[in-house]
Design a protein around this ligand. Structure first.
Ligand code: UFG
Length: 324
């Protein structure tokens, strides 16, 4: 059987997608350099260890295996780091994507699902962000993703590729069966940090800013369960296979939660005290980023069904206790 190639399949979102793809009957092949991913989370297909920026390694992969579609998750994705290391971000995110697109064109692989981000929108001053919102990234990470989306469009026109660029809002939670989950080092994401604090692995939790123009003063985000993200990726491939037109789609829940709401939910779920301080705003953090995800729901015939704050934090907590 042809394989679907999951580049970055040993990482957080990638590994959940591998599981969902395998469950949909696909044969999965993971390509990952394990720089941030984990070998033990590659459970749903063979792993070829390699760097997407290594053109020869990518070419060899496509020569060796019959690949029917590409899911591209391998990227540098920390907003703060992207400001300090533009070279790393442009080289990895653009270079890796270009290597894959060239190999796809040479080997006539027709479909790519490319991980994009809400960071392409910057700081829009709207309640719900739709895909027609201006693209105005305010950091290097977001800029590289905008450029990758543009690159994919060019290759799609020249080589008749079909693509979906899911723009993730805040991926969160863990596989409800605890076969995979979030494991970053260093961890910068709010939910695992809260859970670390609940377990005493950190002294305290810092709320970055309580003077935003939001109901409780803390920043609001759209947290979407990683299992829902994974099912959207499978649906995106099915959409392209059924002749759907290439597009970028917001993946979120259209509901916002503030940092203070997360804190309360984490205390409830863990039944532990979380020492908390108010800290200054983190540079580059917008007050509110919430998706208008109606387009994805309509085109992919998809709805997030695991994304209540309670389920997200409960799954993340059970994973945290198992993993760390
Ligand atoms: N936060 C805290 N304390 C912490 C950590 C985070 O208050 O210790 C706050 C942040 O200030 C922010 C919210 O929690 O308001 C969420 O922060 P995360 O770091 O978990 O996530 P971000 O919204 O900053 O970033 C995520 C992805 C990025 C992507 C962005 C797009 O991680 O890759 O969404 O919206 F670019």
């Amino acid at each position: 059987m042809d394989k679907v190639l999951v580049v970055g399949g040993a990482g957080y979102i990638g590994s959940h997608c591998c599981k969902a793809l395998a469950q949909s009957g696909r044969e999965v092949l993971v390509f990952d350099d394990l720089s941030t991913g984990h070998k033990d989370l590659c459970k749903w297909g063979d792993l070829v260890r390699g760097d997407v920026c290594d053109k020869a390694a990518v070419d060899q992969l496509f020569s060796e295996y019959k690949i029917s579609a590409v899911f591209h998750f391998a990227a540098k994705s920390l907003v703060g780091e992207s400001g300090q290391k533009p070279d790393l971000y442009w080289r990895t995110n653009l270079g890796g994507t270009m290597n894959l697109l060239n190999a796809m064109a040479r080997h006539f692989v027709p479909h790519i699902i490319f991980s994009s981000t809400a960071a392409v929108y910057g700081e829009p001053d709207v309640e719900l962000i739709s895909e027609s919102q201006n693209i105005q990234p305010i950091n290097t990470y977001g800029r590289t993703k905008v450029a990758c989306e543009a690159m994919i469009k060019s290759y799609a026109e020249a080589h008749s590729l079909g693509f979906v660029c899911p723009r993730y809002f805040n991926a969160a939670g863990a596989d409800p069966e605890l076969e995979t989950g979030e494991d970053h080092s260093p961890e910068t994401h709010v939910i695992p940090i809260l859970l670390d604090a609940a377990r005493g692995l950190r002294d305290q939790f810092s709320i970055f800013g309580d003077d935003y123009q939001t109901d409780d003063g803390s920043a609001v985000r759209d947290y979407i369960h990683v299992k829902d993200l994974a099912s959207a990726h499978v649906a995106a491939l099915d959409f392209l296979l059924a002749g759907g037109e290439s597009t970028a789609l917001n993946l979120g829940t259209s509901t916002g939660a503030s940092v203070k709401e997360l804190l309360q939910a984490a205390v409830r779920t863990t039944n532990r005290e979380i020492q908390t301080v108010i800290a200054p705003r983190r540079a580059g953090d917008p007050a509110r980023l919430v998706a208008d995800a109606t387009q994805a729901q309509k085109l992919l015939k998809w709805t997030p069904v695991n994304s209540s704050l309670t389920q997200i934090i409960d799954d993340a907590w059970r994973w945290h206790l198992k993993r760390f």
